[in-house]
Design a protein around this ligand. Structure first.
Ligand code: HC1
Ligand code: SF4
Length: 570
């Protein structure tokens, strides 16, 4: 422990603590901008300056450690003036147009400027946005970048993809795509973690809300919307709602009011994915490739993009079962269209996803029907959903809950936990056990899959055969695991990969809480819903039974292979 004084308060602080942490632990708030705990502690924005008294020196609180006898003041005239000057400098290189900025109501830079009284326009200069491919699902507005380095760090350290870099270092330094390449030519996984880690409006998703509104206004189309599992744990945050208030049933009422014709659940098709993937896994185990490498899930498009560029040799090991989003689209435009007497092109199929990569998954040529129309016409992120609700001037709290529509709105708890890291593996093992033993095991048998660690193992046994599953989240963790598997340092049979830390609950399209990860807060909502669901096994979902009885026959049937499976190529 070291003794320090901060703002005349004496403190005993563990050695090695930063001034910032010491302050926070004692209720003293120091402003930050570039700082992100454990990721970006470089002190470049210099908002967190504090005064070392007696030394007449200003130091950055985020990366200066406490030392014995330190006397600190966090709010002196010198501190205020220095912070203000630094903020003015940042603003002088930032195109300030808060009223039309995607982060206009959620911006740390705007908050700082307001709080510090930096409201004059004198510091602004004309900054043009760099050329950007606006059709790409990830959008960067260079004129908004404050060079905080968070995007560079999250892409380097967590995802290990090195998409962003400091271009022409020096006084004219800039952040941009590595080697100034077009974004579509680098290995961006579209996980969107750079977006959720950006404190300002420099990074965002492509805005597909206008296309959505046009479809809703078209009297000739039937709009069908699927809600991804993890949306129910997050969509209400932008309205200050708790998970108990921001339920999927309340969202159903809001979407109906906006004009969607049918409100369905991606968790239904997550159950369908499990039927196919668990069956595929059992086949895989019976006819294992010589390399002894495992079967990998393929429902996370960020991971699939990563595998295509980083490990193309593994593509044959990715499950051919389409993701729940794409199975949903395919079922909607086949079985459901037939049932409803609609032609596929009369249906506008929308998905609400916590993810930016889902936009590119829906656009893939392999996810397009023979008539040239896509299975999923449009993907909105959770943030776009919330913007759409706000643009309608709705108060979601005032809506009652209502049921989702039949039959594609019925889901098991297994389908709901897909939205958290480990959930897909747990759901798949529940059904694989049933397929082999013709009876269920306790639904919580595989709960070792739960948790937020980057990589978790489940050792189990199905019909006397030992099975090891691994759930990994974050692409850097996935890379380590794959290297270990390839080198024979680790072995397993089944791997679930989610690109985003924490899985879809931590997805790159989710509401942003600047400086904080919310995946661990959101995951319990999904596990609670699973626990309370009377159906906890995908194979027990009555709508799943119906779709097999009426249309597919059995998992992996010829029809199921044609509609519900795909092939992965680089
Ligand atoms: Fe996901 Fe999935 S869980 S990938 O995270 O398999 O995006 O929520 O919808 O498709 O179901 C996302 C979430 C989502 C798919 C499912
Ligand atoms: Fe305003 Fe923030 Fe957008 Fe800049 S990033 S224009 S400060 S809302």
């Amino acid at each position: 422990m070291v003794k320090i004084t901060m703002d005349r308060q004496e403190m005993d602080v563990p050695a090695g603590t930063t001034i910032l942490d010491a302050a926070e632990n004692h209720g003293i708030h120091i402003p930050t901008l570039c700082y992100y705990a454990h990721l970006n502690e470089i002190g470049s924005c210099r908002m967190c300056l504090v005064e070392m008294q007696g030394k007449d020196q200003l130091v950055t609180a985020c990366n200066t450690k406490v030392s014995e006898g330190m006397r600190l003041a966090t709010n002196t005239p010198a501190v205020r003036e220095a912070r203000q000057t630094n903020l003015e400098l940042i603003l002088s290189q930032h195109r300030v147009d808060c009223t039309s900025c995607v982060r206009g109501d959620n911006c740390s830079l705007q908050d700082l400027a307001n709080n510090m009284g930096v409201t004059s326009q004198d510091y602004e200069k004309e900054l043009a946005a760099q050329k950007w491919d606006m059709a790409f699902p990830l959008i960067r507005d260079n004129s908004k970048c404050i060079k905080c380095m968070r995007c560079v760090q999250v892409c380097d350290k967590i995802q290990q993809l090195h998409v962003w870099d400091v271009l022409h270092p020096g006084s004219e330094s800039d952040i941009g795509v590595r080697e100034n390449l077009p974004i579509s030519e680098v290995n961006c996984s579209l996980c969107g973690q750079c977006v959720t880690h950006c404190p300002v409006g420099a990074l965002s998703e492509r805005d597909d809300v206008p296309r959505m509104m046009a479809a809703l206004a078209d009297p000739d189309v039937t709009t069908v919307v699927q809600i991804a599992p993890s949306i129910r744990a997050a969509w209400g945050e932008d309205f200050g709602m708790t998970p108990k208030e921001g339920t999927v049933k309340r969202l159903a009422s809001v979407l109906r009011h906006i004009g969607f014709d049918y409100i369905f659940d991606t968790s239904f098709s997550a159950d369908l994915t499990i039927m196919e993937e668990a069956s595929e896994f059992l086949h895989f185990m019976g006819d294992r490739p010589d390399d002894n490498l495992p079967l990998f899930t393929s429902c996370c498009p960020g991971w699939v993009r990563f595998a295509k560029t980083e490990y193309p040799e593994l593509l044959g090991h990715l499950s051919t079962s389409k993701s729940p989003q794409q199975m949903f689209g395919a079922v909607t435009k086949t079985w459901y269209a037939e049932k409803m007497g609609l032609k596929p092109d009369q249906i506008f199929s929308v998905s609400i996803m916590p993810c930016i990569a889902k936009k590119s998954e829906a656009d893939m040529p392999s996810m397009t029907r023979e008539d040239g129309t896509p299975d999923v016409d449009l993907v909105l992120t959770t943030r776009e959903l919330d913007r759409m609700i706000k643009s309608e001037y709705l108060d979601p709290r005032s809506f009652p809950e209502s049921e989702l529509d039949d039959p594609l709105g019925v889901a098991s708890g297994a389908g709901v936990i897909f939205g958290s890291t480990g959930g897909v593996m747990e759901a798949a093992l529940r059904s694989a056990y049933y397929f082999v033993n013709d009876k269920n095991t306790d639904a919580d048998t595989f709960k070792a899959a739960r948790g937020q660690d980057g990589c978790r193992e489940v050792d189990t046994e199905i019909n006397g055969i030992p099975i090891r599953g691994i759930a990994v989240n974050g692409l850097g963790n996935a890379r380590h695991l794959i290297e270990d598997l390839k080198a024979g340092r680790r072995q397993c049979d089944f791997v679930e990969v989610m690109a985003c830390p924490g899985g879809c609950v931590g997805g790159g399209g989710q509401p942003i809480h600047d400086g904080e990860e919310w995946a661990a807060r959101r995951a319990p909502t999904l596990y609670n819903l699973d626990e309370r669901n009377t159906i906890r096994f995908s194979h027990e979902n009555p709508s799943i039974k119906e779709v097999y009885k009426e249309y597919f026959g059995t998992p992996l049937s010829e029809k199921a292979e044609a509609v519900l499976h795909t092939h992965h190529s680089a």
